[in-house]
Write a protein that binds this ligand. Sequence first.
Ligand SMILES: Nc1nc2c(ncn2[C@@H]2O[C@H](COP(=O)(O)OP(=O)(O)OP(=O)(O)O)[C@@H](O)[C@H]2O)c(=O)[nH]1
Ligand SMILES: [Mg+2]
Length: 198
Amino acid sequence: MEAKFLKAAFGPGDFPPPLNPEIVFVGKSNVGKSTLINTLLNNRRLAKTSSTPGKTRSINFYQVGTILFVDLPGYGYAKASKELRASWERLILSYFKNRRNISLAVVLLDVRRGSDEATMSLIRLLEGLDITYCFVLTKADKVSKSEGLLRLREIEAQFRPKPYSPLLFSAKMGLGKTELWNVIMDATNRLKQRIGES
Ligand SMILES: Nc1nc2c(ncn2[C@@H]2O[C@H](COP(=O)(O)OP(=O)(O)OP(=O)(O)O)[C@@H](O)[C@H]2O)c(=O)[nH]1
Ligand SMILES: [Mg+2]
C-alpha cells in the first residue's frame, strides 16, 4: 500500500482534519511502535526508530491509502523530566479526546514485560471514550513460543478485550503482520458502518 509521511503534530492545532479512518499506535517508549509501523508498511525508513528511548516526541501522522496511521510518543519513559512527561500526557489526552475518526488503537506491550499501572489507565481511558483497541505483544522473537502464548493468555484473562484477541508480533520474524492487518481492515470497516448508520 502507498504510504507517506503526512505531518508531525506538537499540539491539537496541528492535527490534520479528522476525515479519514485512523489507526493509532500507542505504547511505552522503546516498545517498538515505529518499527511495527514500518513492518506493516514494508518500509524500513518511514517511521524513525532508535535504540534510544523517547525518540518520537511529536504525534506523527502517515497517510496509508485512504486511512491514517498515527505514531504516538511513548508514554511512561522513566528518564524524562516530570515536566516533559506531563506535556506528553496532555498531548496524548488531547489527541484521544479530539479524534472521532479513530477506528482502532493498537496497544503495544513488550512481550517480556506485560501490563502495568500505566497500561491499565490507558485502557480505562480508551474504554471511557468508546475507542476500539487491540493488544499487540511486541518483540515475540525474544521469548520462546510457549512463553509468548502464556503472555497472550495472561493479557486475555486480565482484560478480556473485545472484539479482538491479543496478538503476538515480531518485526524480526514478520510474525503477526497478516493478523494485525486483518484487525486493522475489520476495525476500519466497522467504523465506516457506524458512520454510515448515524
Ligand atoms: N528483537 C526485536 N527488536 C525489536 C522489535 N521491534 C522493535 N525492536 C527494537 O526495539 C527498539 C525500539 O524500537 P522503536 O520502534 O524505535 O520503538 P518506539 O516504540 O517507536 O520508541 P519511541 O519512539 O522511543 O517511543 C529498536 O532498537 C528496535 O530495533 C522486534 O520485533 N524484535
Ligand atoms: Mg517511535
